[in-house]
Design a protein around this ligand. Structure first.
Ligand code: SAH
Length: 256
């Protein structure tokens, strides 16, 4: 089997973290650990799980308790995404704001290509209503598991299983695909959030944004920069431009 020597595939997968957001049923957390371990994934992050730790999670993990034991529990999505330049958000639905949507197979190949050089996060939403808009806006891509359009929502742990399988297949085949390493290193989530905050403040100062309703336009701008995926140098240039604009706006308002 291509590239499947013991440990090689697992080490490729080690930089890909599975992030479960606000999970209701602890059984799903256990079943996720099992789904991951079977495919050689080990990095599980839990953002504000409703009930955890739990005997039900351990029972459902069925031998994958090591994945559970090493799971990191976070109070916020910010900390779960720290250090991740690529964030993929899984979704059963197409949302009102069209975001770049790719299927599970393409997502897995993208994740593997990038995990050569940096951390990758794959987000999974709540059982009842998935990911909220603010969470989707943290993602460069939304990932859909192709399914029946009239009944498209999988059980959470089963969705993790399919993504984990695709990641394994991609990791095994990866030795055969020559991927050019990108000559840029995209910045992580924290740097992107810093840019968006600075941009929003500046556009408010410039009165370009309506202070009563800044979110709609910011959503569009986030989409633009998430598509571009700037590196550190580009972030520095953009923030320099924002600072100069703020200074000019302040000078002008002071002169009046
Ligand atoms: N009713 C929710 C579905 C939640 S299912 C919604 O419409 O968003 C719980 C989680 O499983 C989702 O947030 C997503 O992370 C994953 N999931 C379920 N079905 C999926 C699919 N077809 N494609 C991608 N992810 C899916």
């Amino acid at each position: 089997m291509a590239g499947s020597e013991s440990g090689e595939v697992e080490s490729r997968l080690a930089r890909i973290r599975i992030v479960l957001i606000n999970t209701t049923h602890p059984g799903n957390i256990g079943a996720t650990a099992r789904a991951m371990k079977v495919m050689g994934l080990s990095s599980l992050h839990l953002v504000t799980p409703k009930i955890y730790p739990s005997a039900e999670a351990t029972a459902m993990a069925s031998g994958a308790d090591d994945v559970l034991q090493h799971a990191v529990v976070h109070e916020s999505l910010d900390s779960a995404l720290a250090g991740c330049p690529l964030v993929l958000g899984t979704s059963a639905r197409l949302r009102s704001l069209p975001m770049p949507m790719i299927d599970a197979r393409r997502a897995a190949n993208q994740a593997l290509a990038e995990s050569e050089t940096h951390e990758v996060a794959v987000l999974f939403g709540r059982e009842r209503y998935g990911l909220v808009n603010e969470e989707m806006q943290r993602c460069q891509f939304l990932v859909n598991i192709p399914s029946n359009p009239d009944y498209s929502s999988l059980n959470l742990a089963q969705a993790v299983q399919i993504i984990a399988y695709e990641l394994r297949v991609a990791a095994q085949g990866f030795a055969d695909i020559s991927v050019q390493p990108p000559d840029w290193e995209p910045v992580d989530d924290q740097q992107m959030e810093g840019l968006f905050e600075h941009l929003e403040r500046t556009l408010l100062d410039l009165r370009f944004l309506n202070p009563k309703q800044p979110k709609r336009l910011m959503m569009r701008l986030r989409r633009l920069f998430n598509r571009a995926r700037p590196d550190q140098n580009e972030i520095n240039i953009l923030r320099g431009i924002l600072k100069a604009s703020q200074d000019a706006a302040n000078k002008e308002s002071g002169a009046k």
